[in-house]
Write a protein that binds this ligand. Structure first.
Ligand SMILES: Cc1ncc(COP(=O)(O)O)c(C=O)c1O
Length: 394
């Protein structure tokens, strides 16, 4: 008899975390590894947020928090949704969680029954697939490619819908492709969904502020979509607060209530100090992020320019987040330096062993032709990494 459950035995390890761990291990062995595998900003949390946390400690915010979050934070999140997204949520629509990852897990747990299908435009963020599976759902991948800027078309969506479709999950800006859906594209998706009123949408907007396209649109702001959208966001990426672990949703009240019920039995309310600091973060004018966003844009421009020089990489120009997702399928079936490259995983391992650069295979994101490079690192390291990659491919 298996001692561990089928549930855990069937769960895949997060490949982004696995690659990061492998890169760390090789570094510890003395190898000069440049890691482009992790998805976190290399900036410090802004001082004004750190000050708010220190004040919260001194003011003794040390007891259990309300399961769905401090009311002051939920009110501040409502103002943020109005200010940035033109969405009219009330505090009863908001649930604060221990990271957007927990927000997503709550939603899957409270909405999916065994066999319910969830449409995932691919590439998608690694954890969607496993969270959906863990909750009994069936991920239905809709493939896209570099040629369509990794965005799905309304026709593709329509085709993927079956009587069992319960939800669609996507991120914009997208991890891993950096693609940003504009209002027209979201309106076209909304038109398809109009005909299927029972399908709910998870719109993961955690990269909202790391966006170089000049515009941002929440699908919940498209006519007809508000009452069937769960808008997921958090402070990890925009405010360089990955370790603080605060995410949140804006959702129809019955879904918010269900998530609160779930969370109440699993983790209770999120960390008190981090929540107080998050009030300050979400109340700040997003212009406080200008310098960081500008740095990411400069790096985006740099990696795009350097990647274009690499033979046979096919790339889109990412409009947001901090990843490049080149199509490297040209190399499949070839032998480089005596190593056979069958797929994106082999290619990513080849870059690790020959160029000492850690990337993540596109398989982890539902796209077997690509690899993901994070450019959340210094321009010097990016130049060196791209130079090394180029050298081992010619
Ligand atoms: C698209 C996307 N959603 C959610 C998360 C998780 O965010 P958090 O750190 O708040 O749990 C990440 C983190 O990598 C992400 O890339």
């Amino acid at each position: 008899m298996n001692i561990l459950s089928d549930r855990i035995n069937n769960l895949a390890v997060s490949q982004t975390l696995a690659m990061a761990a492998l890169a760390r291990e090789l570094k510890a062995q003395g190898k000069d590894i440049i890691s482009l595998s992790l998805g976190e900003p290399d900036f410090n949390t802004p001082d004004f947020i750190k000050e708010a946390a220190k004040k919260a400690i001194d003011e003794n915010y040390s007891t259990y928090t309300p399961v769905d979050g401090y009311v002051e934070l939920k009110e501040a999140i409502c103002r943020k949704f109005k200010r940035d997204n033109n969405l009219e949520y009330k505090p009863s629509n908001i649930v604060v969680s221990t990271g957007a990852k927990q927000s997503l897990y709550n939603v899957a747990q409270v909405m999916l029954n065994d066999g319910d299908e969830v449409i995932l435009p691919a590439p998608y963020w690694v954890s969607y697939y496993e969270i959906i599976k863990l909750s009994g759902g069936v991920p239905v991948e809709v493939p896209t490619s570099v040629e369509s800027d990794f965005k799905i078309t309304p026709e593709q969506l329509e085709k993927a819908i079956t009587p069992k479709t319960k939800m669609m999950w996507f991120s914009s800006p997208c991890n891993p492709s950096g693609s940003v859906y504009n209002r027209e594209e979201l309106t076209a998706i909304g038109k398809v969904l109009e005909k299927h009123p029972n399908i709910y949408i998870v719109s993961d907007e955690i990269y909202e502020h790391i966006n170089f396209s000049g515009t941002f649109c929440s699908i919940a702001s498209i006519p007809g979509m508000f009452d069937r959208t769960i808008t997921v966001n958090g402070v990890a990426k925009a405010f360089a607060m990955t370790g603080w672990r605060i995410g949140y949703i804006g959702a129809p009240e019955f879904i918010a209530k269900a998530c609160t019920k779930m969370q109440g039995q699993v983790t209770s309310g999120a960390n008190s100090i981090a929540q107080r600091a998050t009030i300050t973060a979400v109340e700040a004018n997003p212009s406080v992020l200008n310098d960081m966003v500008k740095a990411f844009k400069n790096r985006r421009d740099l990696v795009v320019e350097l990647a274009k020089e690499i033979p046979n990489f096919k790339i889109n120009v990412p409009e947001g987040a901090f990843y490049l997702f080149p199509d490297v399928s040209y190399y499949f079936g070839k032998t480089l330096r005596g190593k056979e490259i069958k797929d994106a995983t082999d290619f990513s391992m080849y870059l690790l062993s020959e160029a000492n650069v850690a990337t993540v295979t596109g398989d982890a994101f539902g796209n077997p032709n690509c690899i993901r490079l994070s450019y959340a690192t210094s321009e010097d390291l990016l130049k060196e990494a791209l130079k090394r990659i180029k050298e081992v491919l010619i």
